[in-house]
Design a protein. Sequence first.
Length: 454
Amino acid sequence: MPPVLPHNAVHGATSLTPLPHPAPARQLTTPAMTAFSCLAEKCPDTCCRDWAVPVDRADLERLKGALSSTPEGRERLVRLVVLGGRAPGSDTAARLHLDESGGCPMLEVDQRCGVHAALGEEALTTACSIFPRTALATPGGLEVGGSLGCPEVARLTLVSPEPLLLGPAATPMLSRPYVGKTISRDDGDAYARHFGEVRQTLLDCFRLPLPLGARLAVAADFATRVQGFFHAGTTEMNGARRAFAERRLRAEQAATLSPGLHHDVNAELKALAFPPVAAAGVTAALASFLLERRRLPHAARFGALLEQTLSSPLSTASGAAASAARWWEAYAARRDQLQARAGRASERLFARYAQHFLLRNPYTDAPSLLEHLHRLAVHLGAVRLLTVLHPQLAARLDGPPDAAADVDCVHRTAVEAVQIFTKAIGHHPEYLQATLHRGPPATFGRLILLAKFL
């Protein structure tokens, strides 16, 4: 039974809280979101559990109007809504209360929403109505994506045979006007002004026909080359210097897509010696990033996944260095085995994870492209670690080779690891803020170590 969050605090509210902006008319989405349909009672990890959903003023009035007309409705409202807890500058007026099992009190025995069943979609909070869809307002239109914390979105996004590309939505993707994040249209903000083209360059890096680590290294190389003049708050691309700096940016983007550079970066990464102590350090850092999350209330599925994959002396203080070395040896051996048996499927899936991260998380959230890629690399390394060390994958790879069964197992274990990780960590901005900003700033060297780990 998953523990309830302290005082039913909002878990990951930043990623679920609607903002009061009208949605642009043009909507863009991916094939995965076009194909998405809620699994409802068949979902293996319902979004109505382990998240205390924020309620803004409009949502609260909507719930009051829908539930206050009958004694049963009023009783449900009392059980459902907890008033207060408003953060400074937030429109949050209340939150949905979690019961002792970590679930929404409106969750019926058949795992369907009682509010939706009795009163329809119109009575739901905006977060409940929209999720797992996300909405990013860009100059090109409203990009409707999805959270990988939803099992079905994770499956459709990571294993679909269709390219992970944005295209015009044939029908409206949102049940009500909603914008989660907005890219600035201020012409004086050079970091945001070039959002579309720079993000496309990063996406192109992770679509290259290279090993996963080399794709990250190519992206890191680009971020390093533009670091001096392209970052949050830059003044190097305004005024009289604008035309020269923009020409330089375009030149660096073109160089990044050069096959010669790809060949060189891939060869250099392969030739780079990865000292055992550095390898063990990367493994230990990623494991610590995951294990530290246990200090906060967490869902049973997250705890079980850590127990299955990271149940080792590394989780204790004694002998951490020796344990980290053994961890690296186990991971490296299993990673090489996976590469030999189902490398293409594994590379493709995790490259799609990286592309989804870049679409879902605008680089303007980070102070620099290097910092943005570091956040991506830590996420990518963590889910890769959970997948490679998953006991189901280990059992499959220890058995006789079977191409179809190997690929199926990679898909199942990776989708499960990504979904559980996203729900437990990806939707917890406070935790990410605290853990990802430990130590020195992101550097090219740190990214290359992570690339070598992948």
